[in-house]
Design a protein around this ligand. Sequence first.
Ligand SMILES: [Zn+2]
Length: 227
Amino acid sequence: MLKYLINLLFPKLCLGCNALLLNNEKIICSECNHNLPHTNHHFLEHNDTTKKFYGIIPIEFSASMLYFHHKGIVQNLIHNLKYKNHQEVGSLLGKWYAKDLENISQIQTVSEIIPVPLHKKRLEERGYNQVTTFCEALSKELEIPYNPNLLYRSRYSKTQTKKDKENRKDIANSLFDVNFTEADQNKHFLLVDDVMTSGATLESCAKALLKIPNSKVSVVTIAYTLS
Ligand SMILES: [Zn+2]
């Protein structure tokens, strides 16, 4: 009864389109779920994300889950995840994406899941890293440890706060570094970010991880911006 009243007073809305959610729907309505622009990158050896790294940095496997369109469902989902504390979006998408990834041979050799870190200052402002719940869901479903302490942001990047295009040169210039010991050697890291645009952030993170002897890096993101 109480639950019914709460629902009546504070109806749950779809985080993709703001439509009223039906009783059997959670977080995303059936229509948004049906219309989610899946990239199906994981079926393709050469996809939009792998092309960003060609000739720049060796990446074992890379894929984005969804296409990011302005004013689309994915933009709303990411906005809710990133700025409105709707971290359940990351949990749900991570759970779904794990099903796509679990049969990929390269993913089966991954030793740890590594989030693209936020700068301390940003983490304090926002209170959470928007990729944490996505990483945690992947970690749980794929049974791969999650390690948010290896990679850190060594310099604060203003370009990331605004909607400016990522400045590849600025970001790639050692914004990230690793805190590693001998125990972190010989591992295959799965680097995870929310949205891939130019790929510069991921490139910089991957470069830092590859400083660890005998390491390998794969990359997945929630969304990919078509440019
Ligand atoms: Zn919806």
